[in-house]
Ligand binder design. Sequence first.
Ligand SMILES: Nc1ncnc2c1ncn2[C@@H]1O[C@H](COP(=O)(O)OP(=O)(O)O)[C@@H](O)[C@H]1O
Ligand SMILES: [Mg+2]
Length: 244
Amino acid sequence: MTSVINAVLDAELLRRGIYFPISIDLKKPHLAVFGSSGSGKTYASQLLLAKAVLNSAKLVVADFKGDLEFSFLAKQEHFYRFERVGLFFDFVSDTLLKNRQSGQDKSKSLIICFIDEMSAYFTMLEKKERDIRIRQLSRILMLGRSFNIHVWISQQRPDAEYFGKSRENIHNILLLGSFSKEVLNMLLSDDKDVVNRRQSRGKGYLISSGEATKEIVVPIYNIAKVQSKILEGMYKSSEAVDSE
Ligand SMILES: Nc1ncnc2c1ncn2[C@@H]1O[C@H](COP(=O)(O)OP(=O)(O)O)[C@@H](O)[C@H]1O
Ligand SMILES: [Mg+2]
């Protein structure tokens, strides 16, 4: 099995009528999807998550805004919404990661921990809890690579505020829709002259460390199929003991 997922299309080739996928390497830890509201972050994230499940990833999901898009996961043990999002950080940092660190969980199978609208969640917290969550997040970002526990984050703005220094551990960034000059300078300073800041919904750039930035399009897909794949890939505590 390869470790790449082919979920997004090359925008330049698509303009010439050629459907050519651009690979995202699942070996490179962590991914962030940035874009204003309505730019297609949740839509893109669900496609990426389903593709990751096809590559045998297990999923833990949090959705702070609790929009309808993730209601199909409502009964899942490791789906966290609204005020339960804090438990997502507890579970990933203090259970999944700790169990692999201590050797209690010897498997190295890929677990992807996705959080939709993360900065909206952080903004809402009181300082004391926010500091705890930020510490848990940076632990996962820093140690996740060694233990094959990756974080996928979706949020509107790419500010470093909640990542601190650990943002350099995020090796894949998907930027969707239109973005400001500030964001251009922050994420695409090397490509300033070739980048178009006015992108429509579902279009943007893939910035992967060690690779040239690519202009991409998120294709339209069958939502029911994608969501049933995500459901199938949800992490279940009862399976943890028998996993390889
Ligand atoms: N690539 C796309 N192709 C077609 N429709 C899309 C695409 N991306 C998003 N949409 C639609 O646009 C709307 C907003 O997308 P959404 O992912 O909810 O945005 P965000 O999470 O950034 O606020 C949704 O109704 C979604 O189905
Ligand atoms: Mg969304």
